[in-house]
Design a protein. Sequence first.
Length: 441
Amino acid sequence: MKQAVTNWGKYPVIEADLVSPSAPEDLLFYPTEHKPLIARGLGRCYGDSALSDTIVSTLQWNKFLQFDESTGILVCESGASFEDIILTFLPRGFFLPVTPGTKFITVGGAIASDIHGKNHHSEGTFSHHLHWIDLLTADKGIVRCSKLENADLFWATCGGMGLTGIIVRACFSLKKVETAYIKQTSIKAKNLDHIMDLLAEYGHFTYSVAWIDCLSKGGSLGRSILLLGEHAKMEDLSESQKQKPFATHKDSPLLVPFDFPSFTLNHLSVSAFNFLFYNKTRSGIRENVIHYDPYYYPLDAIHHWNRIYGKRGFTQYQFVIPLEGGREGMRKILKKVTESGESSFLSVLKIFGKEKQRGLLFPAEGYTLTLDFPITKSVFKLLDELDRMVLDLGGKVYLTKDVRLSAETFAKMYPKADFQAIRSQAGSVGVFESEQSKRLF
């Protein structure tokens, strides 16, 4: 029986068959009988990459299977969430090697998107810390893939948006940490040139991210707050923090109970928020020690925060452009956004390190900017214009957050012949398909 399903951006909403097998083995003969299909975890991708005619929920596959305390190597099922990993292993002195801005994702989703975080420039994507995966394929059943075994299929699956098969198990390394806290350094940047200089100057920090005001203009264009971080050691903690050095997060009581009216997020309200956020931070360099939860996951403190965008939903647009020409290119893009009249409530600037390009992998050495826009009649026109600017600069758009990229633009951003050949060899074409892949391919 079909039901309405959508992802975090709440756009689009489709009618789909949603199945939730209790074990991966239940699907050994399923893909050829019910196609097309796609796997879905907690639905935190923003667009239509985890939507299809048939959606296979992996949430029952959430067991931890093996953990080596001496190495930090964890084997688990693909439906295990990052939150469960933190709650289970942080008290034992281990943390995630790479994490995005939410802990409410699954391991399978992290691999399919080959997630990056605030530490890409220093520690790469999630696949850098991945040892092997077990992949349910259309033709060969469950196949073990690693950097040495079925390597082509392994790399195509990392960042492959679920189009090579269904990830059922994974083995990866957790990071050894001394505490649950982050030693944070905050620096206020007056404009785009200033923040670009700071990103270069403080590139030796493990974690680096900048909140950016995308509505500022003129000499203040791109004014930002840079947030740097390192895992805190015991001697960095206050006396109260030392009482519980591995304290895990508590479930937040805050939530958005219903969809806000569509007019709530407008140019005026976003401008007021940006003014207050920017000016609450003192000039100069400020250091403090904070819990991991507000550093990595500030938005997780408000459940269903996506409802603030209203019933029509929102789209998140993230792109990367090369370092060469990136400063002037980013200036032109920010001017286009500020002049458009569209309001990005959450805007984040980061720098990516070097990355070998393959398959549908998104990160590439350069600057990456993330923008949130409510769905309006005019926003897709703006994003089409941004696509052309990003292409001219030699950049590309992140598929995990995409909901409207055209097939023509996608083909220019992601030369995909090798990726499609690997999918064909695995029998995945026509079986593992999403609404996004049908649009892009």
